[in-house]
Design a protein around this ligand. Structure first.
Ligand code: ADP
Ligand code: ZN
Ligand code: ZN
Length: 681
């Protein structure tokens, strides 16, 4: 009789199956932990990851059971290491998802389709990937004293928060840290929030590290590229991995440094599946693998700021811009003083127009931000009151003039703009409010001869179109750039001396407790786009059109004073019992009717009553989400709040597995999910 082994394999099981841990299989080969294998599951053969051998004692018990056999496996792939498995295990537990789900989602999809022969070919390709060509030694700019102090201050065995103004040279600090890491024979992982920022970053890293292999990992790669880059990282061939959120789970055998640039950015939090925070996982990963973690931002998340204040993270400050360029002067334009008629018809106050004209005369560029794409957020019939609602969502359809459509930004439903009011036949239906298209039109009317360009999700849909448009801006072929927050991030616009925010007030009164924090970060970042060239820096300005100029958020913005904004906001959070002073989880349910969604949540709440940890959490009543209906599905949510993270984790570990049993009694329920540390509530 041939020898047989018992192994535990993490497989991807549908979330509702309540299967969260690995399954036991029989194998004729002692697959080491971390091996990628194919196993039968129900009637299918699925990809799995060997999680460990079954302990001797348990193996005896399993002898009588009808265990199924491991089909095959990738013998040519080095096993995924202990640290990687520990990271995945932590993520699955913390975010309350199946182990196999999290583990397999972290693999490149192409890998699952391969057999050993195909893998061998892919490995050869990955290994032959060229390194950055050896050139002359790159010239290193001498560090400023602040940069040097930051570099020396990085906590090699812990987490550092690099709080550096926009343009203070944080990237140069990252480059030096990476150089140090490579010199020690280790790999560096550098995370950025946006895929759009990776080409720029790749170019800088390539120029700095001749002879090194640099790979990127983000959702814009082809499946074959993603596999190749992943293999190069996993086999230790790549020295530097640049990537977005998803890259945090890349196996790296020699990891020595993790950089999270713009660590406050909401896109580090996944909005599907395990809904993990790549920043938080990076911190955990650093601890697991004894790698230094550096979180960089001009406006740190309040969580990170709080940790730094309490000494958990080491705080490094770089307040000064390179070359001594001043941060732009922030001017608040009080819209209460703008004549009613002007404010009603135009997005542009006289003060803003004058500032734009001055830039045009001097041949400088301006950036005008409005966080709403399309022409107008809604069409309206003044006769009967009809509005362009979406038939499938509790939201308006947005009027896009360019292609004369009404589009729902939630479900995507699109139709041609009606000629007349669908209710009463009135021919004069009007756009209400404004989006970037309309703003572009108003700017063109107000500034004849100016070269105006618009950059938002609509104008950059095609691959490469953002790069092309940005190249025009850099080449000086654009005078006024109109766009959404997409423009505020990261781009190094050398000739921009004016940044204007048209009407950012809505966030001041949002029901979302983080809206203010996001707005402040966005405006600080946007301001950072201006005056990056020291020669023009002194004349650079940021204009904010607001109806609430005395609001403390704007006052802190005026003095570029993040610490005072943070102190005030942390105090408010403490009084309100909100993060980082409390810890949250959100349970979301989707159903055919709002009643069914809420009934399921209520049942979940009732079920919690019998749990031992119930007393340590506050469960709020179920409520509809801010946009309750999307694509004909009703959504509701319930907030769980707790003072201490470990207690919340213990409660969720008791509660969430039990919720799988609730499903049968709730016919209208479509889906439910838990979001741990939600960004928005
Ligand atoms: P941040 O990421 O903090 O906004 P960057 O790293 O983009 O800032 O730096 C801003 C500019 O300053 C870049 O053009 C960069 O090349 C330049 N720079 C950074 N450090 C130095 C230095 N020590 N000496 C000269 N120029 C520098
Ligand atoms: Zn009408
Ligand atoms: Zn819709």
């Amino acid at each position: 009789m041939s020898e047989s082994y018992l192994v535990q394999v993490a497989v991807e099981a549908p979330q509702h199956s309540a299967l969260s841990g690995p399954l036991t299989y029989r194998a004729t080969h002692s697959w080491p932990a971390g091996s990628v294998v194919q196993v039968p599951l129900g009637r299918r053969v699925v990809c799995g990851i060997v999680w460990g051998a079954v302990p001797e004692a348990a193996a005896g018990e399993g002898a009588g059971l009808a265990l199924r056999d491991v089909h095959s496996g990738l013998a040519g792939l080095p096993p995924l290491g202990d640290a990687w498995r520990a990271l995945v295990q932590f993520a699955a537990g913390y975010y309350q998802r199946g182990l196999g789900e999290v583990a397999l989602a972290a693999l490149p999809p192409e890998l699952r389709k391969l057999d050993d022969k195909q893998l061998a070919l892919r490995l050869r390709r990955a290994q032959s990937m060229s390194a950055v060509p050896q050139g002359g030694e790159p010239e290193l700019p001498p560090l400023t004293p602040e940069q040097q102090a930051a570099l020396d201050g990085v906590d090699e065995g812990g987490v550092s928060l690099l709080h550096g103004s926009t343009g203070s040279g944080k990237t140069e600090v990252y480059l030096r840290l990476v150089a140090r890491t490579l010199a020690a024979g280790r790999q560096a992982l550098v995370l950025v929030p946006e895929i759009n920022l990776t080409p720029q970053l790749e170019a800088r890293f390539s120029a700095r590290f001749p002879g090194r292999r640099i790979v990127s990992l983000h959702s814009g790669l082809t499946p074959a590229q993603r596999l190749k880059h992943w293999l190069a990282a996993h086999l230790g061939w790549a020295d530097i991995v640049l990537g977005t959120r998803m890259a945090v789970l890349t196996p790296l055998p020699r990891l020595g440094l993790v950089v999270v640039d713009e660590e406050h950015d909401p896109s580090y939090k996944s909005q599907e599946g395990a809904r993990y925070s790549a920043r938080d996982l990076a911190v955990y990963r650093g601890k697991l693998e004894q790698a230094a973690v550096v979180l960089g931002s001009a406006t740190p998340s309040l969580e990170s700021w709080y940790h730094a204040q309490r000494g958990r993270y080491r705080r490094l400050a770089m307040p000064t811009r390179i070359g001594g360029a001043a941060l732009p002067t922030v001017r608040l334009i009080d819209m209460n003083h703008v004549p009613r008629e002007v404010a009603r018809t135009s997005a542009l106050s006289p003060a803003l127009l004058a500032a734009l004209e001055a830039r045009l005369e001097r041949g400088e560029q301006a950036l005008v931000l409005l966080n709403r794409r399309g022409y107008a957020p809604v069409l309206h019939c003044p006769d009967c009151g009809w509005k362009s609602g979406c038939a499938h969502c509790s939201a308006w359809r947005v009027f896009h003039r360019v292609d004369r459509t009404l589009r729902c930004h939630h479900c995507g439903a699109t139709e041609r703009v009606p000629r007349a009011c669908p209710e009463c036949g009135n021919l004069d239906i009007e756009p209400v409010g404004r989006g970037t298209e309309r703003l572009e039109e108003q700017l063109a009317l107000a500034l004849p001869g100016a070269r105006i360009a618009r950059i938002d999700a609509d104008t950059t849909r095609r691959k490469g179109s953002l790069e092309t448009q940005l190249a025009h801006v850099h080449a000086g072929e654009v005078d006024v750039l109109v766009g959404t927050q997409m423009l505020a991030k990261g781009h190094d616009f050398r000739r921009v001396t004016l940044v204007a925010a048209i009407n950012p007030d809505a966030a001041l009164f949002s029901s979302d407790f983080r809206a203010g924090e996001r707005l402040f970060a966005l405006l600080m970042q946007a301001a950072g786009r201006a005056g990056r060239d020291a020669a023009r820096g002194s004349a650079s300005e940021m204009l904010v059109q607001t109806w609430h100029p005395t609001h403390p958020l704007y006052q802190a913005l005026r003095s570029h004073d993040y610490p005072s904004f943070a102190a005030r906001t942390l105090e408010e959070r403490q009084m309100a019992g909100m993060p980082p002073h409390a810890h949250l989880a959100l349970v979301r349910a989707e159903a055919r009717t709002q009643e069914a969604a809420q009934a399921w949540l209520q049942a979940a709440s009732d079920l919690a009553e019998s749990l031992p940890e119930r007393a340590s959490v506050t469960l709020y009543p179920p409520v509809p989400t801010a946009i309750a209906r999307v694509a004909n599905v009703e959504r509701a949510q319930m907030l769980v709040e707790c003072e201490a993270r470990p207690a919340l984790q213990r409660f969720l570990a008791q509660w969430v597995p039990a919720l799988h049993g609730l499903r049968g009694e709730h016919k209208g329920l479509l889906r439910w999910a838990v979001d741990v540390d939600p960004l928005a509530i």
